[in-house]
Design a protein. Structure first.
Length: 240
């Protein structure tokens, strides 16, 4: 999962305002469509093996041949003259030997959430964005003088918060389903952990995969020919 960069270090005055602002609840929509999930469960088989010709062929069977979309900030990035698998491979950078695209596919397969895409009838996209009060979030950002990109949400309830970036460090508390400030420091040298500021205003550390950024890239699905297929991608994509 991609995480926004450029986060500033939180100061004491900002911490005090974070306490008074309070958390913003961040529930997620869970997908119940067994057909869509069956597509996702078949993705890791290709993802684990790496970027090889046979992997692309198996992924092509799970991807719609026509009508694939790639929603980016500057419009639809899909080449309508190309097949769905060609556009999906371009979005994820699957043609590069050092690509993270296969890992992204594996992460989509492991995420149980999904939400409808209102502008495309019948489409379901995953992972689902968290559901929260946007006005309350705006107030929280203003009160703490932070940027929206500095906030994320726990992927599940009850995530352990450690006093140091180590699995054996004491647990100082647990995260609830509320937005949380991610505030790394220049001295941090623990790639498997994120430094956060809890809703109580205290710094702590959580596993890097336990907090997701707002505005994740999404993989989208729909029924085509009686079967669920990958029909689109939302996000900036991987470098080509």
């Amino acid at each position: 999962m991609r995480r926004a960069g450029g986060r500033r270090r939180i100061g004491a005055d900002q911490t005090a305002r974070a306490i008074s602002a309070g958390p913003v609840q961040a529930g997620r929509h869970h997908a119940a469509e067994t057909g869509r999930r069956s597509v996702l469960r078949r993705l890791p088989q290709a993802a684990r093996r790496g970027c090889r010709k046979e992997d692309r062929a198996s992924l092509a069977q799970l991807t719609a041949t026509r009508g694939f979309f790639w929603e980016r900030e500057n419009g639809d990035g899909a080449d309508k003259k190309k097949s769905g698998i060609d556009n999906l491979a371009a979005a994820l950078g699957l043609g590069r030997p050092d690509t993270a695209g296969w890992d992204l596919l594996a992460s989509y397969a492991e995420d149980p959430t999904g939400a409808p895409l209102p502008q495309r009838a019948g489409a379901m996209c995953a992972p689902a964005d968290p559901a929260f009060d946007p006005k309350a979030f705006e107030a929280l950002v203003a009160a703490t003088k932070t940027d929206e990109g500095e906030w994320g949400y726990p992927v599940s309830d009850g995530i352990d918060v450690h006093t140091a970036p180590r699995a054996d460090a004491p647990v100082m508390g647990k995260l609830t389903l509320a937005l949380v400030r991610v505030a790394p420091e220049a001295s941090d040298n623990a790639p498997n952990y994120l430094r956060i500021i809890t809703p109580a205003g205290k710094p702590g550390y959580v596993s890097v995969d336990s907090v997701a950024p707002l505005g994740n890239d999404q993989l989208c699905y729909s029924k085509a020919g009686g079967a669920w297929k990958i029909i689109g991608y939302i996000g900036g994509g991987e470098p080509q």
